[in-house]
Design a protein around this ligand. Structure first.
Ligand code: BGC
Length: 248
């Protein structure tokens, strides 16, 4: 199927048409910087610009950095609070005049990795962590997603794990890769103790630098880098929107 995938992030909103059978982009990504306060109306405006750029008339899938239930945002850790309670799917659908399905950003990146990337043909418990402004998580059991896990927000040392161990913490505190990785390793060990994953897949910006910190990770679990890199969000969002296409 040919579906437009849009990945809404803290710094950029990126989109491209996707062939969901092959897991490839059908043209170059189009990226627009995320508007300053990232309020719903401004993000919807950018969303519409991306759809227009591809002259899009058809289903669109989107990944958004919040808990999403039936299209409605329920949290706002790194976005404007006015998103809480906003029907993002309805808002984007109106803006782009197309049917839209919205899921959590880490969930869609995970969906793409499981179908076409590092999680392909992997049964058991697979835990995906996206390391960026936030710590996004996606949990799969035998290929089935448990949505909205939000396990980047577990408590570590009386703090939100994301505050300590996201890539934004490394930048904010000017940590060396080693200093940051020691924290991130504690995070993975926490998750290991809770879920005993068979595989960890590390995605997001920091995963491109895995060679700088993989030696420090002590968790007794296989750990691999995500394979679809910065296309995972777009591809996974498009896959999620396959559900909008009527079956004949
Ligand atoms: C949000 C998640 C999101 C993650 C990555 C977290 O702060 O709570 O919903 O998946 O950041 O963007």
């Amino acid at each position: 199927m040919k579906i437009l995938g849009i990945d809404i992030g803290g710094s950029g909103i990126k989109g491209a048409p996707v062939d969901t059978e092959k897991g490839v982009l059908l043209s170059d990504r189009y990226r627009i910087p995320t508007p300053e306060a990232a309020k719903p109306a401004d993000v919807a405006d950018v969303f519409a610009q991306i759809a227009k750029r591809f002259d899009w008339k058809g289903p669109i899938g989107a990944g958004f950095p919040a808990v999403i239930q039936q299209g409605v945002a329920r949290t706002a850790a790194n976005v404007d609070d006015s998103w809480i309670g906003t029907d993002a799917a309805a808002l984007f659908s109106k803006a782009a005049d197309c049917p839209v399905r919205v899921l959590n950003d880490a969930d869609v990146a995970g969906i793409a990795e499981m179908r076409f990337g590092a999680g392909r043909h992997r049964d058991g418990v697979v835990f995906i962590v996206t390391i960026g402004t936030g710590l996004g998580t996606a949990l799969f059991s035998d290929g089935v997603l448990v949505p909205n896990t939000e396990l980047g927000h577990i408590e570590m040392d009386c703090q939100d794990a994301e505050w300590q161990s996201a890539d934004s913490a490394r930048k904010r505190e000017n940590l060396t890769w080693r200093e940051w990785a020691l924290r991130f390793d504690r995070y993975l060990n926490h998750i290991h103790a809770l879920f005993w994953p068979d595989l960890f897949i590390l995605g997001g910006g920091a995963s491109k630098k895995m060679h700088k910190f993989e030696d420090i990770l002590s968790v007794p679990t296989e750990i691999v880098a995500a394979q679809l890199r910065n296309e995972a969000g777009i591809i996974g969002a498009a896959i999620a929107a396959e559900a909008l296409v009527p079956k004949i």
